[in-house]
Every structure is written in structure tokens, then in C-alpha cells.
Write a protein that binds this ligand. Structure first.
Ligand code: ADP
Ligand code: MG
Length: 397
């Protein structure tokens, strides 16, 4: 946090009062299942966004990010979009949702630094949302309950706040999700925000998006988690994501269920004629992903890495051939990964159409894997694919 604090001081001329860290997340398995009330596995990783902040007295909120040249300044009681600084929409959306939940806050300064690549599928957006909500909690302590604000938490003698309960984390995740869907306009699911808040070092997060339960399962030792960034940038706000979601929802409607979670592979085949070809392809992917997560949970618990890896490769093939949310660069990264010694499994991670792949690699082969993938991708495309080694870390705090 040293760099963050000096960045804050350099920007605002005085030291920050509070600082928070929000990790990026990787979807391990369960692609586009979250908004279909399905199952998903993820990990929080050590590429984090950090936010340092201090209250100010004039009621203004001023945000600055090392990733963007321009600051954004607005009044705490007038929170609106500014197209010139749309990066701040994610934070503003959260502030508006907090206001709607009757959380009181006034002005503050905040400085953001981040090691999460933007738009690469590690969910820098959820990290920004979660960092914003935690910053407000630190500066203007509040407790959310299902019925609205409850009595605020007490600081310890050192000024620290109590840990968030599981229920509160879920409420905060839902609030951040609303910020992204209602204010920014990406109608996404809860995977990103839950992963950011519920991460656990060395563990896989298992989320059931139907009853909103979160469990953890240890990641077997001896596995390296590697991210290969294709360099292709999606813009999920451009509607591709929402279009896929609509196809999944119309498939569910035609099958007479509220969400695709209710459909198993056998029923999908039996009722295939009710769907258009594209609806069927999308449903096939989502139903298959739910099934693969169930199998992967078993594989993880039994330490069956071969099976886990196979499921990752199958997931990618399903994205490429059925859901059609891959792209040639992601396909190439997975193809190259599959040919490397020690590669357990690889697939695209996140929304798709670009972004990154997640690769599970035997620790003894990680060094070589990273070198080979980078070199071979460049040789084949003439472009670089940054390769990041990730540690699985605790959630935001
Ligand atoms: P991702 O897959 O990384 O979540 P998104 O397109 O959903 O991609 O979110 C990226 C957006 O989140 C950025 O365009 C910006 O608006 C915001 N954002 C992410 N990281 C930062 C940062 N460090 N500083 C400011 N804004 C950020
Ligand atoms: Mg995002």
C-alpha cells in the first residue's frame, strides 16, 4: 500500500485516512451461468485494485485513478454520468445505490491504483465497485441489512471496523451488481462481485447463484494459476453480453422455466424443438457448464486433476463452438496451452469475445509454460500476450 498512499498524497497533498484492497477474480469454470441462476467456480487473485481515501468538508467527491488522465469531481448530492470520464460510472453507480439504501455519506477524496488489467476478464469493474463500497463503509460506517440500514458498526480502539458478515457481503455484492446493471448498463450476474468479496487464500470459491450460497474448497497444492491476456478487448457495455443473456432468457421461457438452471442435459435434448437453433446452442452451453461445475467440484475434492483439466478444455470448446463467445486469439492461446507439458487445463475466462484465458499448470512447469506461450503466441500472431502468474488470495478488505 506504500505506493498507493504516496499516490494519494501526491494527488491530494495530504495523507489518506483509509485504504482498501479489492482483488481481481478469475472464473475457473461455469461460463455465463451466474445470471442463469447456475453454478460457478472462481478464485480471487493477487492482481488487486487499491483505493485510498479521506473525507472532505465541502461535500464534493473527487476521484482520481492512475489508469486515467482526468479526475472526476462532483457533489455528493448530485451524482450523474459524465461521458468525458465514464470510468467513474462504476463508482458513481455504487454511490447512488448506497444513497437508495439510505446510507449517509458526504464528500471525500479517493485515489485508485490497480494491477488488474482493464477489460481482460479479471473483472476490474467489480473490483472498482467493491473498493468504492468498502471505502464508504470505512469513511462513513454503515451496516446494511435486508430491510435497510441497521445500527452502524463500532470501530475498535485502533479505528478498525469489524469484519463483514456473510450476509452483509452478499448484500454489498448485490448492491454493486445493481450499480453495474442499472447505472453502467451491463446486465451481468453476481459472479464478479461475490468473488471479489468472498475470496479465500488457496481456495476455490463455489457459488450457487440460485440460492446464493457460497462455499470454499481448497485448490490442490502444486498447481500454478496462469492468466494469458489475448490483448483483444471486449466492450461488454456495447450490448453483446446483454444479447447473449437475452437468448438464454428466451430459451428458458420457451422451455417453461424461470432460468436455465432448472434444465438438465436430458430435458434439453427432449425439448430441443421448442428452441431456435441459436437459443439451443446457448442453452446447451449453459446447461453443460452447470454440469461441468458439479463434476469439477467432485474432481477437486478427490484431487483428480486430470478430470478437472478435461472439464476446463471442454468448457472452452463449448464457448468456441456453441455459445460463440470466444475469438481466434483465445482459441490459439488454449491450443498452445494444451500442447505444453504440465498443462492441466485451459479455457477462456469471463465474458469472452477477447480478454484472457485461465490455465492450470503443474508448478514445476510454470516457468517454461509462461515462456513458451508468450513466445509461440508472438510467433504466430506478431502480437504480445502478457502472461500473469496468479496467487489465490483473500477477498476484499
Ligand atoms: P473487466 O473485465 O476488467 O471488468 P469491464 O469493461 O467490465 O472490464 O470494466 C472495465 C472498466 O472498469 C474500465 O473501462 C473503467 O471504466 C473501470 N475501471 C477498471 N479499473 C479501473 C481503474 N484502475 N481506474 C479507473 N477505472 C477503472
Ligand atoms: Mg467487468
Amino acid at each position: 500500500m506504500t505506493d498507493l498512499k504516496s499516490f494519494y498524497r501526491q494527488q491530494f497533498g495530504s495523507p489518506p485516512a483509509r485504504w482498501v484492497r479489492a482483488p481481481g477474480r478469475l472464473e475457473l469454470l461455469g461460463n455465463h451461468t451466474d445470471y442463469n441462476q447456475g453454478l460457478v467456480m472462481s478464485v480471487a487473485v493477487d492482481k488487486c485494485l487499491e483505493m485510498a481515501a479521506a473525507p472532505r468538508l465541502d461535500g464534493k467527491i473527487e476521484l482520481v485513478s492512475s489508469a486515467f488522465a482526468q479526475r472526476e469531481k462532483f457533489s455528493f448530492d448530485r451524482i450523474e454520468k459524465n461521458p468525458a470520464n465514464s470510468w467513474a460510472d462504476y463508482a458513481k453507480g455504487v454511490l447512488l445505490q448506497l444513497r437508495r439504501s439510505r446510507v449517509n455519506f458526504t464528500g471525500f477524496n479517493a485515489a485508485i491504483r490497480s494491477a488488474i488489467p482493464l477489460g481482460a476478464g479479471l473483472s476490474s469493474s467489480a473490483a472498482l465497485e467493491v473498493a468504492t463500497v468498502l471505502t464508504v463503509r470505512h469513511l462513513f460506517p454503515f451496516t446494511l441489512s435486508k430491510t435497510g440500514p441497521a445500527s452502524p458498526p463500532r470501530r475498535s480502539s485502533s479505528g478498525a471496523l469489524p469484519e463483514l458478515s456473510k450476509t452483509e457481503k452478499l448484500l454489498l455484492a448485490q448492491l454493486c451488481l445493481k450499480a453495474e446493471s442499472e447505472f453502467v448498463g451491463v446486465n451481468c450476474g453476481l459472479l464478479d462481485q461475490i468473488s471479489c468479496l468472498f475470496g479465500k487464500a488457496g481456495h476455490v470459491i463455489e457459488i450457487d447463484c440460485q440460492d446464493l450460497t457460497v462455499d470454499h474448497c481448497p485448490m490442490p497444492s502444486g498447481i500454478g494459476v496462469i492468466v494469458c491476456d489475448s490483448g483483444v478487448r471486449h466492450d461488454l457495455a456495447d450490448g453483446t453480453y446483454n444479447a447473449l443473456r437475452k437468448l438464454c432468457e428466451s430459451a428458458a421461457r420457451r422451455l417453461g422455466v424461470s432460468a436455465l438452471r432448472a434444465i438438465d442435459p436430458r430435458r434439453l435434448e427432449a425439448e430441443r424443438s421448442k428452441l431456435s437453433e441459436r437459443e439451443y446452442q446457448c442453452a446447451f452451453h449453459v446447461v453443460g457448464e452447470n454440469h461441468r461445475v458439479v463434476c469439477a467440484e467432485r474432481a477437486l475434492r478427490e484431487g483428480d486433476l486430470e478430470q478437472l483439466g478435461r472439464l476446463l478444455f471442454e468448457s472452452h470448446a463449448s464457448s468456441r463452438d456453441c455459445f460463440k463467445n470466444s475469438c481466434p486469439e483465445l482459441d490459439l492461446l488454449v491450443e498452445l496451452a494444451a500442447a505444453q507439458p504440465g498443462c492441466i487445463g485451459a479455457r477462456l475466462t469471463g465474458g469472452g469475445f477477447g480478454g484472457a484465458t485461465i490455465n492450470l499448470v503443474e508448478l514445476s512447469q510454470v516457468e517454461r509454460f509462461c515462456h513458451e506461450i508468450a513466445a509461440q503466441f508472438e510467433a504466430r500472431t506478431g502480437r504480445k500476450a502478457p502472461v500473469l502468474r496468479c496467487q489465490i488470495v483473500d477477498g476484499a478488505g
